[in-house]
Design a protein around this ligand. Structure first.
Ligand code: ARG
Length: 713
């Protein structure tokens, strides 16, 4: 009996090694011999120098930070960029009007002249990485442990400013292994980036939020841009007609040979954040309080927005991008909690913590580490909900969120020193503001706050006055009447009132404004009474985590360790790979256009598809983009790579460094991935580049784009 069990376990282990997804977001410049050897064993055909080189051109030179939080890649000698549709979404939306609705209908520039300027959009190329740990740690030597979190940002900003002085480059220092290592990154920013192509939303966001974070997936999640430089080759400032297409050091060739289960795949990009060393205490706070609060509040806000968006295409264009951002992480955090519970990640972490404690025994530096972590969480936990309800609820009303930002500008002296910045902030707010949905949001979140937050922690005077003037606090209509009055009487929707205020800002008047006063009632309540617990909590846990990671690095010396994601360039490698999400179910590694037809619902908000696409499918007009194995067009495929938000738009490369896809999502079964990587279930969802080309060519008729690429057939 025993023997059989042992043999069985052995067999299972072998099998699970075989299908293991590939944990690790490696710093490209620090890939060690062991990791590189593993990559080669798995199929990589490139030298380390081709992956990353400081002096010669290498793949890393084709990878950029796109906008504020995505990745894009250069795919032609004229600075053509591929990224996700959801990364270009806000630019596509703000280029759209009801008459030229590129969000709905798509857009294809057939010549460079037709490309659309995108004010505010920029891309950044990484030019240099240096280890500055010694200098940072030296500056922190005399800082008290509980003051590090307040002083560190200033220290890093000063060091970065000094390093970039007079160079025209941007320097940012990032913290690794929870403050045990610091690396300095130099970037060159290009601010003239233009829209070249985008599919209709019914391709680029096919499946909407229902399919978001899920496999199988039939979304054509791509958009195309071009980066320009000044005629002398210098990074351009803003748009200038005389700017010329950027000439890259390296661009990616595109393979249309297709993918097979088991193929090598690697992904370069900018994963935004993971917390793989989160403690069991942190996970409990997340699952019990933080995530459910955020999800409940966003649920209500999203419904209020959606109600207006489906009524009017102009409102849809106006709110689409903000809606998508809120919805994306609403579904993420809901799924994250579910998977954390399902995979019992708390127990997993408790085991790791016990192992650490066993190793740390007798080492006085690590005494009492986890009991202290527990005390820190116990002290903060009673106030956590109030903070979430303030940030995701009250300030989730765009109007009140704007008022809170006005308060910050007031505190920073912006009304006197820089009134134009206030005016610009107002103009941006006004452009994105839909009064009807916001009014409903305000009424709903106020009631939720009143119902759900500990009564002792609420701004008492505010609710007393509300009750006195508007009635029963248990009734929805009380809040609705109040919200109506706030919107009717505040200065922000009354042009005469606002103009006269901004012409000569009188902050006393601002403080009497009903919208501003409401925002302030809640934010001051938190700031004056509870923020101290929060800053204590952050400072204490920073110091403890810093020590924990210092210990982990010592304990695991000699092992290949990767640091948590922090929006610095990483490389992940793995394979194209099918999986079994649950008992009796097998998911194939590719999705095809037949699946689009299966999901297609004419006129549906999420599952409609362009008539032209349906026609192409019916005629099987697939050209050179057909997949011979399936006799269909492969829309997307999955790999075992380790990525997260920020990687969106990242190139998926084959063993030779050719582009085979664009990473655009993670799968639902592994949504706990920021905290614990699941070796069996984790998959990255990638758009097949052949589907991208098919849409550009056959649907968009933009042969000019295809001709610009170097295709490997
Ligand atoms: N989940 C994707 C990501 O975080 C974003 C997908 C956007 N699509 C959507 N339906 N909201 O990268």
């Amino acid at each position: 009996m025993k023997k059989i069990t042992f043999a069985l376990i052995f067999a299972l282990t072998i099998n699970s090694i075989h299908v293991k997804a590939d944990e690790g977001m490696w710093l490209v410049q620090l890939i060690g011999e062991k990791t590189y050897a593993d990559m080669v064993k798995r199929g990589l055909k490139l030298s380390k120098e081709q992956l990353y080189s400081m002096n010669k051109s290498s793949i890393k030179d084709a990878i950029v930070i796109f906008g504020g939080g995505c990745t894009a890649e250069v795919v032609s000698k004229e600075g053509l960029l591929f990224t996700n549709h959801h990364c270009g979404y806000s630019n596509i939306a703000s280029s759209s009007t009801v008459d030229h609705n590129y969000l709905r209908d798509g857009f294809w520039a057939k010549t460079k002249k037709e490309e659309i300027v995108c004010p505010g959009l920029s891309v950044q190329f990484l030019s240099k990485i240096e280890d500055v740990s010694d200098s940072v740690l030296a500056r922190l030597k005399d800082v008290k442990p509980n003051e590090i979190t307040s002083k560190l940002p200033g220290i890093l900003t000063a060091m970065s400013a000094k390093a970039s002085e007079g160079t025209g480059n941007e320097v940012r220092i990032a913290s690794f292994f929870k403050g045990n290592q610091f690396l300095q990154f130099t970037y060159v920013r290009y601010k003239d980036v233009r829209l070249v192509g985008a599919p209709p939303e019914s391709i680029g966001k096919f499946g909407g939020d229902t399919d978001n974070w899920e496999w199988p997936r039939h979304t054509g999640d791509f958009s195309i841009f071009r980066v320009y430089m000044a005629a002398d080759g210098k990074p351009s400032t803003d748009y200038k007609a005389e700017n010329v297409p950027y000439a890259p050091k390296h661009f990616l060739p595109v393979s249309i040979k297709g993918v097979n289960d088991g193929d090598y795949a690697m992904i370069y990009g900018y994963p935004g954040g993971t917390n793989r060393y989160e403690t069991s205490y942190g996970i409990k706070l997340k699952v019990d309080i933080d995530n459910p609060s955020l999800v409940n509040l966003r649920d209500v806000r999203l419904k209020a927005m959606h109600t207006e968006m489906i009524k009017d295409p102009a409102i849809k264009i106006q709110l689409a991008s903000s809606y998508a951002g809120i919805a994306n992480y609403w579904k993420f955090f809901d799924g994250e909690s579910k998977q954390l519970v399902k995979h019992n990640v708390v127990a997993l972490k408790e085991k790791e913590e016990a192992a650490f404690e066993a190793w740390a025994k007798g080492k006085s530096e690590y005494d009492n580490l986890f009991p202290n972590v527990k005390s820190a969480y116990d002290a903060w936990r009673p106030y956590a909900k109030g903070r979430m309800y303030l940030n995701e609820g009250i300030l989730g009303s765009p109007l009140l969120g704007f008022c809170a930002s006005l308060k910050m500008m007031e505190d920073a002296g912006a009304f006197e020193k820089n009134p134009t910045s206030v005016k610009t902030a107002y103009d941006n707010f006004f452009k994105g503001e839909n009064v009807t949905s916001d009014k409903n949001i305000l009424a709903l979140v106020l009631k939720m706050y009143h119902d759900d937050v500990d009564a002792n922690q609420q701004p008492e005077a505010f609710f007393n006055t509300l009750k006195a003037n508007y009635g029963d606090l248990s009734k929805d209509e009380t809040y609705q009447k109040f919200a109506n009055d706030v919107f009717a009487n505040c200065m922000f929707f009354n042009a005469a009132k606002w103009e006269s205020f901004i012409a000569k800002p009188d902050t006393a008047l601002l403080h009497k404004d009903p919208a501003f006063a409401t925002a302030l009632a809640f934010s001051s309540n938190f700031k004056s009474k509870y923020n101290k617990y929060y800053t204590d909590f952050i400072a204490t846990t920073y110091a403890l985590n810093n020590k924990y990671l210092k210990g982990v690095l010592e304990m695991k010396k000699g092992q290949a360790l990767y640091p948590d994601a922090n929006f610095t360039m990483r490389l992940s490698y793995g394979n194209v790979k099918s999986y079994n999400p649950r008992d009796a179910v097998h998911y194939k590694e590719v999705c095809t256009l037949s699946g689009v037809m299966e999901k297609y619902k004419p006129g549906d908000y999420e599952f409609d598809a362009p008539a032209k696409l349906i026609e192409l499918i019916n005629n099987k007009d697939y050209g050179q983009y057909i997949d011979k194995k399936t006799n269909d067009v492969v829309v997307s495929f999955i790999t075992t790579n380790d990525i997260t938000g920020g990687n969106s738009g990242s190139p998926v490369l084959n063993a030779k460094g050719e582009l085979i896809g664009l990473a655009f999502d993670g799968n639902y079964e592994a949504l706990s991935h920021k905290i614990a990587f699941d070796g069996e279930l984790n998959r990255t969802i990638c758009l097949d580049v052949r589907y991208l080309l098919f849409v550009v060519d056959k649907l968009g008729g933009a042969k000019n784009i295809i001709d610009e690429l170097v295709l490997s057939k």
